[in-house]
Write a protein that binds this ligand. Structure first.
Ligand code: AMP
Length: 422
């Protein structure tokens, strides 16, 4: 039987690769401009990093992790997200002592055992930013600005930014208590999973997508976390709001936004694009001041953001952006000597920065021209006996049908001009 890529994974190839490269370039350039350096963490980690860091009661840990025992008997998990590994690296390399304030970014594959559908994969890619050691709400604003800048530069429109605060270790427990009481009173209509979570971790109930549970969350008397924030959390939130207003970034407060990971404190946010349908989130993040502690380190404030690259590429594809740089010259040798001449010419083209594709001598001119056409290449350089006699090359323009014999210098001059005009 033919072997296919596993369900929820896919190959990225052809023209789509150009979109990925463009996205990666925009992310790297903007991260650099904002002072974020790249960090590359392993694709797998000890399972405990995620059970502790992401949270036992989260969907990710309960249902979605790719976990296996390696040949040494260790429990290993393919990373489902990037923040816990980054904080693990920060602690492991002693940044807290030598350089407590870092700004890092990453790009790479993540793995979650989810039900695949449009925009939801089992292997997907994220880029993300993490700023560790910064307590100031201006850093939350900086991260949001960076994300926003990237989305805008990519030409994405109809973005909506939802914001919330989920409080700190002082005020969050009061809300959780109230939430538990409320959910208890509506227990009869909640799904089985929510009933269980309401005991273990009521905040996680809000991740439930079940329609009946969602209706409960929308009830007018449903407790609003914004009413429970302590003075410090409120100040933090108000300052963030005023900074975002100053930056001209529109947002709405969504008091039900809690995000599916346990480690958040205070700011949480999500960016959505309605045109994407059911899987409309193209990124999200927040503050996680308690995470380093949970992972066995000291108290280190942190704020971060992660974006789903598949969904962004989908939007880029729909907008027809960016246009692929298709200029390429097809080199068609007529015999072995011609092959030599064209191989030598390819060195000169390379130096001149002109992309080329060399085919080999065993095929007829008819074949070469057909192939060039199929590849969408406009100019074909031909080298055979005739060209050798004249110490030059023939250049055929497949659009006009025109063919001319040129010296090497003339050929280069013409190709440079055509490339510029393209
Ligand atoms: P999260 O780490 O769950 O906050 O996800 C951050 C972003 O990653 C989301 O907003 C999505 O854009 C993207 N994402 C999360 N899970 C998947 C998935 N299974 N497939 C594709 N993209 C995903």
């Amino acid at each position: 039987m033919e072997i296919k890529a596993p369900r929820g994974t896919r190959d990225i190839l052809g023209e789509e690769v150009v979109l990925w490269q463009h996205l990666e370039e925009v992310v790297r350039r903007n991260a650099h401009l904002f002072g974020y350096e790249e960090i590359r963490t392993p694709v797998f980690e000890h399972t405990e990093l995620f059970t502790r860091g992401v949270g036992e009661e989260t969907d990710i840990v309960q249902k979605e992790m790719y976990t296996f025992t390696d040949k040494g008997g260790r429990s290993i998990t393919l990373r489902p997200e990037g923040t816990a590994p980054v904080v693990r690296a920060y602690l492991e390399h002693g940044f807290f002592v030598r350089d407590p304030r870092v700004r890092w970014y990453y790009l790479g594959p993540m793995f979650r055992y989810e039900r695949p559908q449009a925009g939801r994969m089992r292997q997907f890619h994220q880029f993300g930013f993490e700023a560790l050691g910064f307590q100031d709400p201006a850093c939350d604003a900086e991260i949001i600005l960076l994300a926003w800048t990237i989305y805008r530069e990519l030409g994405l429109s109809d973005l909506s930014l939802e914001l919330n605060s989920i409080g700190c270790s002082l005020c969050k427990p009061h809300y959780v208590q109230r939430l538990r009481e409320y959910l208890e009173s509506r227990k009869d209509v909640l799904c089985e999973n929510c009933k269980r979570r309401l005991v273990e971790n009521p905040l996680r109930v809000l991740d439930c997508k079940n329609e009946t549970c969602q209706m409960v969350f929308r009830e007018a008397s449903f407790p609003n976390i914004q009413d429970f924030l302590c003075a410090e959390c409120r100040r933090h939130e108000e300052r963030l709001f005023s900074l975002l207003k100053r930056l001209g970034i529109p947002f709405v407060v969504n008091p039900r936004l809690v995000r599916g990971l346990d480690y958040y404190t205070r700011t949480v946010f999500e960016v959505k694009v309605r045109a994407l349908g059911a899987q409309d989130a193209i990124g999200g993040g927040g503050r996680y001041d308690g995470l380093a502690r949970v992972l066995g380190g000291p108290e280190v404030p942190g704020v971060g953001f992660a974006a789903g690259m598949e969904r962004i590429v989908l939007l880029l594809e729909r907008s027809g952006f960016p246009r692929k740089d298709t200029f390429r010259v097809y080199l068609a040798p007529q015999d072995e000597e011609g092959e030599k001449d064209l191989l030598a010419l390819s060195q000169v083209l390379h130096e001149a920065g002109i992309p080329f594709c060399l085919d080999f001598a065993s095929k007829s001119l008819r074949y070469h021209l057909k192939r060039a056409q199929k590849m969408g290449v406009r100019f074909v350089v031909i080298a055979g006996e005739e060209e050798r006699k004249n110490e030059g090359f023939s250049l055929k323009d497949l659009v006009s049908g025109e063919q001319m014999l040129l010296s090497r210098e003339e050929l280069l001059g013409r190709l440079r001009k055509e490339r510029k005009a393209c």
